[in-house]
Design a binder for this molecule. Sequence first.
Ligand SMILES: [Mg+2]
Length: 361
Amino acid sequence: MSVSPATSSVPTPQSRILGCLLGGALGDSLGYAVEFDSIDSIRARFGPEGLTSFGQLDGGSHFSDDTQMTLYTVDGLLEALEWANDGVAADETACLWLAYLRWLATQGVETPSSAPVPQPRWIDGHDVLRHRRAPGNACLSGLAGGEMGTAARPVNPDSKGCGTVMRSAPFGLVPHISEAAVYKLSCDGASLTHGHPAARQASGAFSVLIHRIMAGAEVRDAAQHALELIENLPDADPELVKRLQAALDLSGTGSAPGRMLSPEELVAQLGEGWVAEEALAVGLYAVLATEGEQNPVEHFRQAVALSLNHSGDSDSTASIAGNILGARYGEEALPTDWLEALEAPELIRGMGERLIAVTLG
Ligand SMILES: [Mg+2]
């Protein structure tokens, strides 16, 4: 029997947090297997439908920098929240910067002596994070300079790579804070490595999207809201507005279904996903275009497959799609056979449980 998404049970906040982090890691891991492959080479290797399941991968899978940095976003937020619970006001963005500096150290990059030396935390003890899995150049260089980037004093002023948006779901997972606070935290977090407004605003839009879904909104309504928020900014990035609008228009609505784009059409219409606004648009489109009467697990499988089978940045687009669906349905959406193939699930779950303990426990 198929269960309509509209009638499936409402997930708990705990399940949504774990679903978002594990779902993003699943999308990232499957997408990472084909991150730099053209759609022609994906089809040649996996058949006409491309890569649609972990069972097609021999030799296992790894999550990439998208999941690594998402977990370090969680850790930066955790540190700020732990200080707050102890009655000490901490600068959240400084905590994030310290967390990302610890991520930088896992990548074997030295920071200048002017940069602070953060105290190690639980996350830092996991060797599985000490692999270089194609980290973004702006993420590395923006942190390696040792200066804390801000919107007013940006590092990498022209960079709008998707290394911002792909790590920004966790800002939307913190309960009991206002949407304005979520947006600002996410934008400030993006500014630590990327200076272009599109990077900042795409991150903020993604975090607000997740925040709305956590509060019970349907994905389409949450996305429409995030688009309106961006459109009303005095410095709204026109490319971001255009891509988000296209993702909504092309995916149709329940009463007027959109056409399923081919992988070629998808990159022509929404972009390849190497930059922030394109990655968000492709991930969002994949979730919306596959909405239907199927159960959450089937929706998850179909959306992640659509999000990664193209000639663009497959792990980031699939990571974003997985984050969205995990927040929407909770752990119920995660395919069991995929979870069995996931690298270091105890680390991802452990970070989610720490966030739950500090915010909901
Ligand atoms: Mg990656």
